[in-house]
Ligand binder design. Structure first.
Ligand code: NAP
Length: 271
């Protein structure tokens, strides 16, 4: 199988590439501003905001499947338009599509969100991820849309780096923002499970433990042997930012359907 990973220079995209190469697949991976570090990947530069370039690349590579990961937090043209361009090109090529979405498209509430709940975005990044989903589903109703949460792993994870920065007093973690972190290797394996499946539509793929960002900082302190007293915290409510507070994804459907076990943050960061 030929797998095209769009955003292979990213944290999740790189791990998807590593696992697919290890499984013996031909993997073509794209980068935009950095480079693809995974050995065995055929690297190509691509700007997903350029619709013609996306169509040309996909037509040339002729992938059996496409994993679409690109986003920029504050760039609608990358997060929303880019996702639509990739979906259009994948559909033209008749390729299976797995698109990466986010828990950020929900407004936030104490109760967990089920897989099929419609987006209710409250800030621009969430709105861009919601628009991406709408475009992808309209173009390719057979695509799988992976709604995930904070992606953790080693120090290359921006979420882990944020916790380390807060433990060093260089950043502050919210005590009132709750998420369900997921390990990058578990998430990548699930993405590849979905490539091999016919699952269509949104699917929650997150860890079973819901924690606040500040609680995650304490788990990181224990894991890295750092003094938890150094942890700087604040509240999202007092920051003036508009962001979803509590977003818990119920990932029981993914757990029942797919072979990869999604580990919780307490297990992942156990000292
Ligand atoms: N990280 C999280 O905690 C988290 C949480 C929920 C959902 N997600 C979703 O999961 C996915 C992967 O996240 P990640 O943390 O692995 O992302 P990441 O490490 O920031 O990687 C983003 C990728 O997008 C590429 N990209 C950016 N602008 C581009 C453009 N104009 N054209 C083509 N490619 C472009 C980057 O390429 P260059 O680096 O080469 O520029 C990089 O490969 C995203 O869709 C994100 O919305 C992430």
């Amino acid at each position: 199988m030929t797998l095209l990973v769009v955003g292979a220079s990213g944290y999740l995209g790189g791990e998807v590439c590593r696992q697919a190469v290890a499984a013996g697949e031909r993997v073509v991976g794209t980068y935009h501003s950095s480079g693809v570090e995974v050995p065995g990947v055929e690297a190509r530069r691509l700007d997903v905001t350029d619709r013609s370039a996306v169509r040309e690349l996909v037509a040339r590579v002729r992938p059996d499947a496409v994993v679409s990961t690109p986003y920029r937090y504050a760039e609608w043209t990358v997060t929303a338009d880019g996702a639509a361009h990739v979906a259009y090109a994948a559909a033209e090529a008749g390729a299976r599509l797995v698109h990466l979405s986010s828990d950020a498209l929900h407004a936030g509430r104490p109760e967990p969100y089920a897989d099929d709940e419609p987006p209710s975005p409250v800030f621009p990044y969430g709105a861009a991820k919601a628009a991406a989903e709408t475009a992808v589903r309209a173009i390719d109703p057979g695509a799988a849309l992976v709604r995930t949460s904070l992606i953790v792993g080693d120090e290359r994870s921006k979420q882990i780096r944020l916790c380390l920065d807060a433990l060093a007093g260089r950043a502050a973690l919210f005590t009132d923002e709750v998420r369900c972190p997921v390990d990058v290797a578990d998430l990548a394996a699930t993405v590849l499970d979905l490539v091999d499946s016919r699952y269509a539509g949104p699917l929650n793929v997150a860890g079973p433990d819901a924690v606040s960002r500040a609680e995650m900082g304490l788990l990181v302190a224990a894991r890295f042997g750092l003094d938890p007293a150094g942890l700087k915290t604040t509240t999202s409510a007092s920051s003036g930012l508009v962001r979803p507070a509590e977003v818990r994804l119920d990932s029981s459907r993914a757990a029942a359907l797919l072979p990869t076990r999604l580990r919780g943050i307490r297990e992942l960061l156990a000292p």
